[in-house]
Design a protein around this ligand. Sequence first.
Ligand code: ADP
Length: 245
Amino acid sequence: MSEEKVEAKRKLIEGGKRRDGRGPEDIRPLHFEVRVLKNANGSALVQYGNTKVLAAVYGPRDPGARSMALPHRAVLRCRYHMAPFSTHERKSPAPSRREIELSKVVREALEPAVITESFPRTAIDIFIEVLNADGGTRTAGITAASLALADAGIPMRDLVAGIAVGKVDGVLVLDINEEEDMYGEADMPMAFMPSLGLITLIQLNGTLSEEEFWSAIELGLKGAEKVYEAQKEALRKRYASVEQV
Ligand code: ADP
């Protein structure tokens, strides 16, 4: 294959369209469902295109080990995990360094929203299971976990909406997928509490100019507002069906 052809193959944006047909500011189709597991106190299944993530919340409950309990608030414990079948090649089910780090990242993005002071000496456990990975799994995990926390009836200051912005072929794009993450120039996962106008997570992998950085935040906020609307709709649906029972 000539160098030109290889270059063309790698082009992520052509004629203003991304390889999956989206414009730069388009989000993938969102499908959110709340209360999908019977045994958990709260649960949610979220899809951003081909990225599919399940979250389950247990608690507030006895933390088990006494040393874990805090006298003034609940402890939040979080496990982010990718199922062995969630990637192209089988992923080892054992927790990787990446998963251990992301568990902490996700917990810290959710912590500002949860009113943990209401439940001293207890633990709230959040399990995030990536079922199908196509980029943006940490941000989808945050969205799913915040829906599952709401479903468990845990008081929160706001829902947390996760979204990633990337830079591909020199253009800022909303909600990057795996291919754009792999071949793009930057990936910036973010989480917002949209009605409070607060950011609970910003990470940046790659390089952006200062101007691009601020534009990426603005684009991320626009995306988070769409995610937030879909979250509220999923919760409304869930409670409408409860009323019918
Ligand atoms: P995020 O999923 O939050 O974007 P990364 O930037 O680390 O997190 O990963 C980008 C994408 O790369 C993931 O969504 C997934 O599609 C893919 N990926 C990550 N880890 C693995 C892995 N161990 N095996 C295969 N694909 C992976």
